[in-house]
Design a protein around this ligand. Structure first.
Ligand SMILES: Cc1cc2nc3c(=O)[nH]c(=O)nc-3n(C[C@H](O)[C@H](O)[C@H](O)COP(=O)(O)OP(=O)(O)OC[C@H]3O[C@@H](n4cnc5c(N)ncnc54)[C@H](O)[C@@H]3O)c2cc1C
Length: 411
C-alpha cells in the first residue's frame, strides 16, 4: 500500500483520510491538540462555544449528502431546522431575510423609493456589472443598496465594494430578477433556494461532534506543526517519515516556507500577496428569540452577525440561558467587544471570545488560475492541495467534502 501524508485534520483533511484509508496507508498531521480546524467547539460555563463561528450542515450535492450520512445516524444524532433569519436595522426595524422579498415591511417612503429603483432597473437591464458594488446596485437598486447591502457587506469585507471583484463571489450570490422580486413581494414568497434555508445540526457537541466522528479510526498525530515537506528520490519526507504522496489541507500561504526539493518555477510566488480576513467569535448569552441568524447592517457597532446557536440545539445552552456566537471581522479587543455589545439587539452578555487569523480567503480575478497552475505543478510530484485555505476558496464544509471526494477519485 502506498503511504499518504495528510496535513491538517480539519473537515477537508479528515474527509480525505476517510476516503483514502481503505486504499492507502494514511497518516494525518495536525498542529492543534484536537481535530476540526475552523469548526472546533469547546464548552464554556455550560455553553457550547463555536470558537471560529457557528456551523450548520447541508449540501446541494447528493453524493456529498450520501457520503456524509454514511457516517452518522441522521435521526438520532441530528436535528433538522428551518432557517429563520432576520435583518435588524439600527432603528430596531426587523425585516426577515432576504430583505428584497419583504419590501412591504419598510416605511412607506422607503418602499416607494425601492419600487422606483426596481422599475428603472427593469428598463435599463441588470447585466454587465464590473464589481460587487455594481452587481448589488443592478440587482436590488440604490435604496436597498444604501440601506442594507453596502453597510452590511462593508462590515464583513472591510473595504469599498467597488474593490471586490465578482469572481470572488461566483456561485454564492443571489440572482433575483426584478420580476422575481416583484412576484415574491406580491405573493409573500419566502426564499427557500439558499443552501442553508434548512439545515442539519448536531444534537450534542455542535460541529465538534461531526469532526470527532470523522477522526475515529484515523491515524492522526496531534501537536504536529509541520514546517517542512521535503521531496527526495521520488518520496516525500514529513516529520522524519517517508511518504509516496502528500495531501496538503493547511494554508497555502505557508507552503513556500515548507516545500523543499521541488522547483515550482515561480508558480507559488503569488501566495505571498493573497489577502484574507480573520474573525473574532464572541460567546454570549442573549435574550430568547426565534431566530437562527441575525444580520446587522448598522454602523452603530462593528459586528455583522449574531448566530443564535442556542436555538440550534438545547444542549448548546447553559441551564436557563440562551447562547449565541457573535461575529466581528478581524481582531478586536475585549474592551471594544464589551463596548460594541452594549449597542446590539437582544442584550448580549459576554462569556468568552476567540480570534482566528484566517477565516475568509479573498480572491482576485487571477487567484483561481494561479491556484490551478500550482496544483498542476505539484500534482506531477504527487502533492495535492485540498481545502478552504489550501485551495484559497470560500468553501463551506460540504463543498470542502466535495472537493476531497473529487480529488480522491483521481488518486
Ligand atoms: C465564521 C465561519 C462560519 C462558517 N459557517 C459555516 C456553516 O455554517 N456551514 C458550513 O458548511 N461551513 C461553514 N463555514 C466554512 C467551514 O468552516 C469550512 O468549509 C471548513 O471548516 C474548511 O475545512 P478545512 O479543513 O478546509 O480547513 P481548516 O478548518 O482551516 O483546517 C485546516 C487544518 O489544518 C491544520 N494545519 C494547518 N497548517 C498546519 C501545519 N503546518 N501542520 C499541521 N496542521 C496544520 C489546522 O490546524 C486545521 O486543523 C464557516 C466558516 C467560517 C469562517
Amino acid at each position: 500500500m502506498d503511504k499518504i501524508a495528510v496535513i491538517g485534520a480539519g473537515v477537508s483533511g479528515l474527509s480525505v483520510a476517510n476516503l483514502l484509508k481503505d486504499r492507502y496507508q494514511v497518516k494525518v498531521f495536525e498542529k492543534e491538540s484536537e481535530p476540526g480546524g475552523l469548526v472546533r467547539c469547546r464548552r464554556v460555563e455550560g455553553n457550547l462555544f463555536h470558537i471560529c463561528g457557528g456551523h450548520v450542515f447541508n449540501s446541494r450535492r447528493q453524493d456529498v449528502l450520501d457520503w456524509f450520512w454514511s457516517h452518522f445516524d441522521r435521526e438520532k444524532e441530528f436535528v433538522k431546522a428551518e432557517r429563520n433569519s432576520v435583518v435588524v436595522f439600527p432603528d430596531g426595524l426587523k425585516v426577515p431575510y432576504p430583505v428584497e422579498n419583504y419590501i412591504y415591511l419598510f416605511p412607506e417612503d422607503v418602499q416607494k423609493s425601492i419600487v422606483a429603483d426596481l422599475v428603472a432597473l427593469a428598463a435599463e437591464g441588470q447585466d454587465g456589472a464590473a464589481n460587487f458594488e455594481e452587481f448589488l446596485q443592478k440587482r436590488f437598486g440604490k435604496t436597498l443598496y444604501e440601506l442594507y447591502f453596502r453597510p452590511y457587506n462593508e462590515k464583513v469585507w472591510r473595504r469599498p465594494l467597488g474593490n471586490v471583484p465578482l469572481t470572488w463571489l461566483e456561485g454564492k450570490l443571489p440572482m433575483p430578477s426584478v420580476a422575481e422580486i416583484m412576484y415574491n413581494n406580491i405573493n409573500r414568497v419566502q426564499e427557500k433556494a439558499f443552501v442553508h434555508s434548512s439545515f442539519w445540526y448536531e444534537k450534542n457537541g455542535g460541529s465538534q461532534f461531526l469532526v470527532n466522528r470523522l477522526a475515529e479510526g484515523i491515524d492522526i498525530e496531534y501537536g504536529a506543526d509541520i514546517h517542512s515537506i521535503t521531496r527526495e528520490n521520488g518520496q516525500w519526507t514529513v516529520a522524519g517519515e517517508s511518504f509516496d504522496a502528500v495531501v496538503f489541507c493547511g494554508n497555502i500561504k505557508d507552503l513556500p516556507g515548507m516545500l523543499r526539493g521541488v522547483d515550482t518555477c515561480g508558480k507559488i510566488d503569488f501566495v505571498e500577496d493573497l489577502e484574507y480576513h480573520g474573525t473574532t467569535s464572541v460567546l454570549c448569552s442573549i435574550d430568547a428569540n426565534p431566530y437562527s441568524w441575525v444580520y446587522q447592517p448598522g454602523s452603530n457597532h462593528k459586528s455583522h452577525r449574531i448566530i443564535c446557536t442556542g436555538n440550534f440545539a438545547q444542549s448548546n445552552n447553559a441551564p436557563g440561558k440562551m447562547s449565541a456566537s457573535i461575529e466581528f471581522t478581524d481582531g478586536i479587543s475585549k474592551n471594544e467587544i464589551l463596548d460594541n455589545l452594549s449597542r446590539m439587539p437582544f442584550h448580549p452578555q459576554f462569556i468568552d471570545h476567540n480570534y482566528s487569523r484566517y477565516t475568509y480567503p479573498i480572491q482576485d480575478s487571477h487567484t483561481r488560475g494561479q491556484v490551478a497552475a500550482l496544483k498542476e505543478a505539484l500534482s506531477s510530484e504527487r502533492m495535492y492541495l485540498c481545502g478552504r485555505f489550501a485551495e484559497w476558496e470560500y468553501f463551506n464544509m460540504d463543498v470542502a467534502m466535495g472537493s476531497a471526494m473529487d480529488l480522491c477519485k483521481t488518486l
